[in-house]
Design a protein around this ligand. Structure first.
Ligand code: ADP
Ligand code: MG
Length: 296
């Protein structure tokens, strides 16, 4: 932990006391956290994240973690001599890539996060969308953004059909912290690779979460000049899609964030996962990081 001995006892007490209204407000509420970007690959940030999640749980908030794993999948593909390909922010997933996604996300990455949270004093449980029949999916039909008469085949990328959150609820009620890998199953028990932002957004809606927080590897949503946009309305987002300001992984992220905001998730934030303890700062202080998405 960082040395804070230079802070006076009086200031320390003040900082702790100022979290009280937030703890009271959010006690018993569910917060869905998309864990991705740098916060997931830098060891110091990983430890901060795990501590934040445990602290939230211990003050009576219910964190639900959904993780990505782009860099880790990329490394595993490289070992097999494959290179990842993306269309409109989605990873093209052939059968071999799907196997890698299942090993890497549902195995290594998920269990690393579970281990870190447990080490910080929490009780994390790893799940994929198969567990408890949580995430039913079908093949994504992807139309070209510029020319909707054109369709892209992105392989086993999943489109969510339905989410059954009962396993998540059961774990929450029992003081466990669910850590979910974004893998769905289809009618014939086939696996689907689903963008983690899309899963986090949908879970936030189904769980009627108070907040959806998406940690990423950038300061938030940027305009064409590269400046941070602290707040975005649905109309402004339409404009950003139309003028090409958004690309790659930001496309599914904003689309998911906006869906969640429109479906009644009170606060939706795309936040800078490079900031140490960004979750605590965002939830338990009046500081804001990144971009808040508004439903209108
Ligand atoms: P993750 O899902 O782990 O957060 P992604 O790479 O999928 O990471 O999505 C974040 C990336 O989206 C950013 O690093 C950036 O390169 C890209 N991006 C595209 N357009 C924008 C934009 N307007 N503002 C911010 N990031 C953008
Ligand atoms: Mg992404």
């Amino acid at each position: 932990m960082t040395d804070v001995s230079h802070i006076s006892p009086r200031d320390k007490a003040e900082i702790l006391a100022q979290a009280l209204p937030y703890i009271r407000k959010f006690h018993g509420k569910t917060m869905v956290i998309k864990y991705g970007g740098n916060a997931m690959t830098d060891p110091a940030l990983q430890a901060d994240f795990a501590e934040d999640v445990v602290l939230l749980k211990l003050v009576g908030i219910n964190p639900v973690v959904v993780h990505g794993g782009g860099p880790q999948i990329e490394t595993a593909l490289k070992r097999l001599g494959k290179k990842g390909e993306f269309i409109q922010g989605m990873r093209v997933t052939d059968a071999e890539t799907m196997e890698v996604v299942e090993w890497v996300l549902g195995g290594e990455v998920q269990q690393d996060i579970v281990g870190l949270i447990n080490q910080a004093g929490g009780k994390a449980v790893g799940l994929t969308g198969r567990d408890g029949g949580m995430i039913r999916a079908q093949k994504l039909k992807m139309l070209d953004n510029a020319d909707p008469s054109k369709e892209h085949d992105v392989g086993q990328v999943g489109d969510i059909v339905s989410v059954d959150p009962s396993v998540v609820r059961a774990l929450q009620d029992d003081a466990f912290i669910p850590v979910i890998s974004p893998i769905g199953f289809g009618d014939n028990n086939e696996s689907y690779n689903i963008n983690a932002d899309v899963v986090a957004a949908r879970l936030a809606m189904v769980l009627k979460a108070e907040k959806l927080m998406m940690l990423t590897n950038i300061s938030g949503v940027l305009n064409k000049a590269g400046e941070l946009l602290p707040e975005l309305t649905a109309q402004q987002i339409d404009g950003l899609f139309a003028d090409g300001t958004l690309s790659g992984g930001m496309l599914p992220k904003i689309a998911g964030a906006l869906d969640a905001a429109k479906s009644g998730v009170n606060a939706v934030h795309i936040i800078d996962g490079r900031v140490p303890h960004v979750l605590l700062l965002e939830i338990l202080t009046d500081q804001a990081f990144g971009t808040m998405i508004r439903s209108q």
